[in-house]
Design a protein around this ligand. Structure first.
Ligand code: 13P
Ligand code: ZN
Length: 278
C-alpha cells in the first residue's frame, strides 16, 4: 500500500536522488554546476508524488524524440544548479518533468522553483534513457553525468578509442571487467548541451553502460542509484590507478593479461566484450 506523503521530499525516490547528488559532491566530481542526474520514476512513485504536481508550466520542445518514453516522469537536476546545494535547496536545484505524448517535449510538474530549467544536458540524458531502456528490457532508470578528474585526464594521454580506454581501465583494477564487461565508449570532443552530442552519446550507449566525453566527463547508466553511482566510482577509481601508475615515470612493468581478464569474466559469470581482447 502507498504511504500518503506530507511532503514530496519524504518520497524515497527523492531522498535517494538527493543522497546520490550529495555523494557525487563529496567525491569532488561536481565543481560549480558541473554534472547532472536524471531518474525515470516508476508508476508507483509517480502516483505517490502526483498530489504535489502542478500542470501550469508550459510544454517545451526538445531537439530529440523517443516515442517510447512518452508520458514518463523524470527527476532532473537544474541547469546551472550546484550539486553542493541540492540537499539544502532541493526545491530550486532539482525538479520533476513529464514527457509529452509525442516523446519530443517536456513540462516541469514539480520543483525547479524560481524559474529553473532542467539540465542543459537533458537531451543527452533523455536519449541515453531511450536506448538503455531498450538495451536492458526496461531495467535502466538512472543516467548520471559527472566530471571526475582522473578519467578526464586519461582522455589527454590515451588514444581516444573505445578499445584503448576500455583496455586501460579493465587492466587498472581486477574487478573492472566484472563491473563493466561491455567496456566503455568514447565520444570525441564536441560542444556539450544539445541534440548533436545527445545522438553521438546514445549511439554508444546502445552497446555500453558508460560513455566518456573527451576532455569533459562521463555518462553512466544503471537500474538504480547505487549501481549507477558505483559504476561511476569504479571507473574513476580505475582511472586514478592508471594515472598513478603512469605517473611513476618508469612505464608499466607488468599488468593484468587478456587471459587474466577472460578468467575473471569466466569465474564471475559475466560475458566480456571479446572485441577488445587480443
Ligand atoms: P548543467 O548545469 O546545465 O546541468 O550543465 C552542467 C554540465 O556538466 C554540462 O555538461
Ligand atoms: Zn558536463
Amino acid at each position: 500500500m502507498e504511504t500518503i506523503l506530507k511532503d514530496i521530499l519524504d518520497a524515497a525516490c527523492i531522498r535517494e536522488y538527493i543522497h546520490t547528488c550529495e555523494m557525487g559532491w563529496q567525491q569532488g566530481w561536481h565543481e560549480r554546476n558541473g554534472g547532472n542526474l536524471t531518474y525515470r520514476m516508476t508508476g508507483e512513485e509517480v502516483a505517490q508524488c502526483r498530489p504535489f504536481f502542478s500542470e501550469e508550466r508550459p510544454w517545451v520542445k526538445m531537439g530529440v524524440t523517443a516515442q517510447h518514453l512518452a508520458g514518463e516522469f523524470f527527476i532532473t537536476t537544474g541547469s546551472g544548479k550546484f550539486f553542493s546545494n541540492v540537499a539544502r535547496r532541493p526545491r530550486e536545484s532539482i525538479g520533476i518533468v513529464q514527457i509529452n505524448e509525442a516523446g519530443d517535449g517536456y513540462r516541469i510538474v514539480w520543483g525547479l522553483e524560481k524559474g529553473g530549467k532542467p539540465t542543459s544536458e537533458f537531451e543527452s540524458h533523455f536519449m541515453n534513457h531511450a536506448v538503455r531502456v531498450q538495451a536492458t528490457d526496461g531495467a535502466c532508470r538512472v543516467i548520471y553525468h559527472a566530471h571526475p578528474a582522473n578519467l578526464i585526464a586519461l582522455t589527454y594521454v590515451l588514444p581516444l578509442t573505445d578499445r584503448d580506454l576500455t583496455r586501460a581501465l579493465w587492466k587498472s583494477a581486477t574487478e573492472c571487467p566484472v563491473v563493466f564487461p561491455h567496456g566503455v565508449g568514447v565520444v570525441p570532443w564536441m560542444v556539450p548541451g544539445g541534440p548533436q552530442i545527445a545522438m553521438a552519446t546514445s549511439e554508444l550507449m546502445k552497446e555500453y553502460e558508460a560513455a566518456v566525453w573527451a576532455h569533459h566527463g562521463l555518462f553512466v547508466s544503471g537500474p538504480d542509484f547505487d549501481i549507477t553511482f558505483g559504476l561511476m566510482h569504479t571507473l574513476e577509481k580505475a582511472a586514478q590507478i592508471c594515472v598513478l601508475a603512469l605517473s611513476c615515470g618508469q612505464g608499466i612493468r607488468q599488468t593484468i593479461t587478456d587471459d587474466n581478464l577472460r578468467a575473471i569474466a569466466h569465474d564471475f559469470g559475466v560475458t566480456i566484450n571479446e572485441k577488445f581482447l587480443d
